[in-house]
Design a protein. Structure first.
Lengths: 114, 112
């Protein structure tokens, strides 16, 4: 059974803190993605990675960075958390099949920045 | 960025009724996917439509891709409480990396 796991379901952080969100997939997928989900806005892509140590900016990369040192793990970093980064963060992975990939999602991390 | 608009934003119906959710764009997509997300979980893929005019059925769910590959619809027949969830359409914009452009979603609530 395919599985994408995220390190925390809920996180509460203070403004200015450095925040790490971890995502691990066990499907040997090449692609990994980080989204944030806000009511009325749907899922917006923050960053994605198509290979180890490779990363590409998505639609809203400002205030975030990512790291992919191993194929199965993709980390999202909030360098200095701000209240407008309070959101649900979803990680996904997919196999490279030329545009018809299924993205498999983790359960999400709900982050509250105070 | 290719935008996908979903309508309605919210739909509340009684068990046994039918419903239709729409997904529209001004852009052409190589393919389009529908996901369902239940509370506390990530989205799960329901279907991928690829060919203009294509119709796919998944039990009581019928998915249609517009002829011009710019719009899609999801029709649920005889809705059940288990159909409750957030329905998201997603267009495949980047064939190379499988990047998806998501709509804002339609929240469907089916009451017994």
């Amino acid at each position: 059974d395919v599985k994408v796991t995220q390190s925390s379901r809920y996180l509460v952080k203070r403004t200015g803190e450095k925040v790490f969100l971890e995502c691990v997939q066990d499907m040997d997928h090449e692609n990994m993605f980080w989204y944030r989900q806000d009511p009325g806005l749907g899922l917006r892509l923050i960053y994605f990675s198509y290979d180890v140590k490779m990363k590409e900016k998505g639609d809203i990369p400002e205030g975030y960075s990512v790291s992919r040192e191993k194929k199965e793990r993709f980390s999202l970093i909030l360098e200095s958390a701000s209240t407008n980064q309070t959101s649900m963060y979803l990680c996904a992975s997919s196999k490279q099949t030329g545009g018809r990939e299924t993205q498999y999602f983790g359960p999400g991390t709900r982050l509250l920045v105070l | 960025t290719q935008l996908l608009e979903q309508s309605p934003q919210f739909l509340s119906i009684q068990e046994g009724e039918n419903l239709t959710v729409y997904c529209n764009s001004s852009s052409v997509f190589s393919s389009l996917q529908w996901y369902r997300q239940e509370p506390g979980e990530g989205p799960v893929l329901l279907v991928t439509v690829v060919t203009g005019g294509e119709v796919k059925k998944l039990k009581r769910l019928t998915f249609q891709f517009g002829d011009a590959r710019k719009d899609s619809s999801l029709h649920i027949t005889a809705a059940q409480p288990g159909d409750t969830g957030l329905y998201l359409c997603a267009g495949v914009g980047s064939v190379r990396w499988g990047k998806l452009q998501f709509g804002a979603g339609t929240q469907v609530v089916v009451t017994p």
